[in-house]
Structures are given as structure tokens and as C-alpha cells.
Design a protein around this ligand. Structure first.
Ligand SMILES: *Cc1c(COP(=O)(O)O)cnc(C)c1O
Length: 390
């Protein structure tokens, strides 16, 4: 069998074969987990390409190669969490730098920018980027980086990646896109002009709610070298075992994402008609204000649905108490459906004033639609909503 040219293959084929060839010694179809921390050298300083597992590990490299192939990038870098990807990238900027971030960025990223990066001399400005040109007036001579997420969390606002990339580049800044919500299956920011794409692997890429991990992908050699130097120097690398699990999860990413989306579309349409629901936010609905932009820059709409219920937080809590299959928990992107109330859970640390600006009201509910049978999910929501308004 000759090696296939994976560049011309479909996503599902790459998800299975990129960075994963049978073991050359035993021909094991799934390469063994490489647990060794160190590698024998044939002469001092002469080695196989691996010398110490923090700097490089075969299981990690297999995972990094696979995600890079799925994002259409040259280089992948694995990390111990999505948050450590952020910390490591920001550490490449240096004191005296400025960055611009979308205002409804992931809570942990906001905390890192405001409470940690600021102490290390990196200043962040937060901007509503639902209209791309809003960013223009916030550039400073020392602005080195723009950080966005799209769709945003939990209000699922869509940001125009291509437009932001053009403006950032015109100001000599590079663009990082956190692509966690879409996964590489539904959106490839590098093809839209982004310089680095990052993921919390914890979510869709691993997909089974049993690994905390992160990854960054870029095609820019200079950026790759800077981030790779910091990956090795700061040392927030994932374990080989976690890389193995994430690589295994990745193999089914295509079919999982297809099912997540199919279920999400069905549930969004159902909720739009439910008498207890005030509004449904899902980029796949024609009622979403940026539906056209989502259609243009995404290959699908994903598995996250947010909605506002009628009534008060009391009704929301009652509904949550009656759910049977849909689990009340933070996080997202796993095979099981998870539900949460951002105002009191994931975004509880955001001030009430900022929550009001972002539209994170007490009755806003975020649903990470799993891959269960959709009839069961709808029945679960229906009975819980009915009981919440008795
Ligand atoms: C969860 C998440 C992160 C942080 O990743 P961890 O793996 O939890 O450290 C970053 N960005 C987004 C969009 C996330 O959902």
C-alpha cells in the first residue's frame, strides 16, 4: 500500500489517517501510546527526531499532525488545555504589547487577558465585533494581535473572519481565531485569512467529555517557531495518554458533527414553536441576524443552541430540575447533551452590567446538543418546560 496524498482526500479520511500510520515495527494499525519520557540516542546529540517528551512525543505529534491536516494548516501544537494555548500564545507578545479581543470572548480567556496578561504588561481592549469595522479605531502602534471567537459564547454572534483578518493585517497585527464552537469540520479560519486557529480540544475535537486539552494550528513558520519555543519553554504540554484519547475522538469528528448539527437544527426549530420560549438563537435559523454571514463563512451551523425562556430564573430552574437526559453541567461538545444557565454558571464572574450589555439575561439558557436520538431530547425538553410553567 503506498502512502495516500491526504491533501486531496475528504475530511473524514484525513480525520482517520493523517498522522496515523500503522506502527512500522509491529504493523499495529493503531500506533501504541508512546509513554516514554526520553529516547535513546545513537551518539551524543544524535537522535531519531525525539529526545525528550516535553519537546516532542510521537503520540502528541500524531495528534498535532491530524488537527493541522483538518484545519488546512502546516503546523499543529498540542497543549495541556485550551487555556494554556491562550497563555502560551500571549507569552510570545512581550511586555508593552496591546491586543484587541472580541468583547464576548470565552470567560477564561477574558479572565486571562484582564487578570494575568495585564500583570505581565500586555494590555487588552474588548470590542463588540458584530460589525467588523468597529475594530478600526482601537488599533494602537503597539497592537500586535487580534483575538476572536465565532460564533461567540453564549449569544452565538457571528464575526466576519475575512474582514477582521484584512483590517488586522493592514495594521500589522495578526489574527487568532478560537474555533472551538465550530470544530475544524464546520469552519477553517486559516482559509479565511486567520494566522492562528486555536481549539479547546476538551470540547468537540475530543468529544467525549473525558480529556482536558488544547491545540493551536498555523501555516506561518515564524509564528509556529515562536509558539513552539514557548510550548517547550513553558511546558504546558498534554500527556501522551490524553493525546491518544483525543486522537481516537478525532476519528469520528465528521459523523459526530453531522449528528450534532442535525439534532441542533431540529431542536432549534422545535423550540421556536414552543409556547414557553421567547427567542431561539441558532445561526442556522433564518431568524438569526447574521444567518447569511454564517452561511458564507461556515460549512454548517454546529451543535450549540441558546434560547430565552418566558418567565423568570425560577421557571428556568424548575425546567432544569425536571430534565431527564439533558444534563445540567458546564462545558460543551461532548456526545451527551449538556445544558447550562450562563448568567449563574459559565458567565457568573462577568459583572451584571457587562452581562446586560452582552445580552446574558437570567433566562438565557445554553444547550450543547448531543448525539442522542433527537426525539428523546425533544420529549425531555417538552415535558420539563411544561412542568416549569404549571
Ligand atoms: C472551554 C473553552 C476554552 C478553554 O479551554 P479549556 O480546555 O477548558 O482550558 C477556550 N475557548 C472556548 C471557546 C471554550 O469553550
Amino acid at each position: 500500500m503506498s502512502p495516500v496524498d491526504l491533501k486531496t482526500t475528504g475530511f473524514g479520511t484525513r480525520a482517520i489517517h493523517a498522522g496515523q500510520e500503522p506502527d512500522p515495527v509491529t504493523q499495529a494499525v493503531i500506533p501504541p501510546i508512546s509513554l516514554s519520557t526520553t529516547f535513546k540516542q545513537s551518539a551524543a546529540g544524535v537522535h531519531s527526531g525525539y529526545d525528550y517528551s516535553r519537546s516532542g512525543n510521537p503520540t502528541r505529534n500524531g495528534f498535532e499532525t491530524a488537527v493541522a491536516a483538518l484545519e488546512g494548516g502546516k503546523y499543529g501544537l498540542g497543549f495541556a488545555s485550551g487555556s494554556s494555548v491562550t497563555a502560551t500564545i500571549i507569552s510570545t507578545l512581550g511586555a508593552g504589547s496591546h491586543l484587541i479581543s472580541v468583547n464576548d470572548v470565552y470567560g477564561g480567556t477574558y479572565r486571562y487577558f484582564t487578570k494575568v496578561a495585564s500583570k505581565n504588561g500586555v494590555e487588552a481592549t474588548f470590542v463588540n465585533l458584530s460589525v467588523a469595522k468597529n475594530i478600526e479605531k482601537h488599533f494602537k502602534p503597539n497592537t500586535k494581535l487580534v483575538w476572536i471567537e465565532t460564533p461567540t459564547n453564549p449569544t452565538l454572534c457571528i464575526i466576519d473572519i475575512r474582514a477582521i483578518a484584512e483590517i488586522a493585517h493592514a495594521h500589522g497585527a495578526y489574527l487568532v481565531v478560537d474555533n472551538t464552537f465550530m470544530s475544524p469540520y464546520f469552519q477553517n479560519p486559516l482559509s479565511l485569512g486567520a494566522d492562528v486557529v486555536v481549539h479547546s480540544v476538551t470540547k468537540y475535537i475530543n468529544g467525549h467529555s473525558d480529556v482536558v486539552m488544547g491545540v493551536a494550528v498555523t501555516s506561518d513558520e515564524t509564528l509556529y517557531e515562536k509558539i513552539q519555543f514557548m510550548q517547550n519553554s513553558m511546558g504546558a504540554v498534554p500527556s501522551a495518554f490524553d493525546c491518544y484519547l483525543a486522537r481516537r475522538g478525532l476519528m469520528t469528528l465528521e459523523i459526530r458533527m453531522q449528528r450534532h448539527e442535525q439534532n441542533a437544527k431540529t431542536i432549534a426549530a422545535y423550540l421556536e414553536k414552543n409556547e414557553h420560549i421567547e427567542a431561539v438563537i441558532y445561526p442556522g435559523l433564518a431568524s438569526h441576524p447574521q444567518h447569511e454571514l454564517a452561511k458564507r463563512q461556515q460549512k454548517g451551523f454546529g451543535g450549540m443552541v441558546s434560547f430565552r425562556t418566558k418567565g423568570t430564573l425560577d421557571n428556568v430552574n424548575k425546567m432544569l430540575g425536571h430534565l431527564q437526559y439533558i444534563t445540567l453541567a458546564e462545558s460543551l461538545g461532548g456526545v451527551e447533551s449538556l445544558i447550562e444557565v450562563p448568567a449563574v454558571m459559565t458567565h457568573g464572574s462577568v459583572s451584571p452590567e457587562d452581562r446586560a450589555v452582552l445580552g446574558i439575561t437570567d433566562t438565557l439558557v445554553r444547550l450543547s446538543v448531543g448525539i442522542e436520538n433527537v426525539e428523546d431530547l425533544i420529549n425531555d425538553l417538552k415535558q420539563a418546560l411544561d412542568k416549569a410553567y404549571l
